[in-house]
Ligand binder design. Structure first.
Ligand code: G1P
Length: 296
């Protein structure tokens, strides 16, 4: 029987070293993408796909995340007194966006270890994992499609995207076999961040997963891999090759993805999203053209 998935797990325990000193006292997930913290886009995406139960795997220095998804009584009262309805609504929007839960990762032993920390909360249901560094454009469908495939195939499903072959060493890379669906493939193998020149394809895992709960048992016996960390990719490789709980399928995403994980991509993401905003685009676009013309 198909299970109605309601739980999303968002690992947010990374140290954000690529953004120091900005992330010295603030979690990288709170960095603004235009005027919203990156993490809010991810929670909104989960909720839009019907996943209202959100568990964040956090760490030290992450109190701001909990505060962001809670009431800010004093600020709200001030805005209310001023009659600043728009800003008040903006501030209140994230208060009740989702049913938020938090667990700390403890030791930073890798993404697989972070996901394993969700096992008590998730229990025996399929669930989604969303990585905060990847933002998926709200106008393009990905998670809903993955949930649909998880339910019809009763298997685990990961999101894949074609990347520049020169960048395969930055991702988990899949070996795949076609299915009858043009956007769905069966996963034959996965390698976490292959050495340059050795990747089996240019199909990269982007940070969206819909997983069978059996992944927890597999993670618990997964040895440290790339970088000495327990890798989610390695557990999924085991599930794919041993056909555990229906094996693993990939949904190929051809929409707009914004990478906020490193500084250059983060800047590009902000510009791309800002030019399309109703309140900023009209002024930003002509300025950007003028500015670009001065660069040569
Ligand atoms: C993680 C995963 C990797 C995946 C990537 C997508 O790596 O381990 O398989 O391709 O996310 O963003 P990270 O970028 O967190 O090192």
């Amino acid at each position: 029987m198909a299970f109605h998935i309601t739980k999303a797990v968002i690992p947010a325990a990374g140290l954000g070293t690529r953004f120091l000193p900005a992330t010295k006292a603030m979690p990288k997930e709170m960095l603004p993408v235009v005027d919203k913290p990156a993490i809010q886009y991810v929670v909104e995406e989960a909720v839009a796909a019907g996943l209202n139960d959100v568990l964040m795997i956090t760490g030290r220095n992450k109190n701001a995340l909990e505060n962001h998804f809670d009431r800010m009584t004093e600020l709200e009262a001030t805005l209310e007194k001023k009659g600043d309805v728009d800003r008040l609504q903006n501030v209140q929007y994230s208060n009740d966006l989702a049913d938020m839960h938090y667990v700390r990762q403890g030791d930073p032993l890798g993404l697989g270890h972070a996901v394993l920390r969700a096992s008590m909360h998730v229990g025996h249901e399929p669930f989604a994992v969303l990585l905060g560094d990847d933002l998926i454009d709200a106008r393009d469908v990905l998670l809903a499609r993955m949930l649909e495939e998880q339910s019809t195939r009763n298997a685990s499903v990961i999101a894949l995207m074609e990347v520049d072959p020169a960048l395969t060493h930055m991702y988990g890379i899949a070996t795949v076999e076609a299915t009858d669906d043009d956007d769905v493939v069966r996963i034959k193998g996965l390698v976490e961040k292959p050495v340059p020149g050795t990747a089996a394809s240019n199909l990269a895992i982007i940070g969206r997963y819909v997983l069978q709960p059996d992944v927890f048992g597999v993670l618990a016996s997964t040895k440290p891999g790339k970088g000495g960390e327990i890798q989610l990719t390695d557990a999924l490789q085991t599930m794919a090759t041993q056909n555990i709980a229906g094996g693993v399928f990939g949904v190929i995403f051809r929409g707009r993805r914004y990478d906020t994980g490193d500084r250059l991509d983060y800047i590009k993401s902000i510009v791309q999203l800002a030019v399309e905003r109703d309140d900023l685009g009209a002024d930003l676009r002509p300025w950007l053209k003028q500015f670009a013309a001065t660069l040569d």
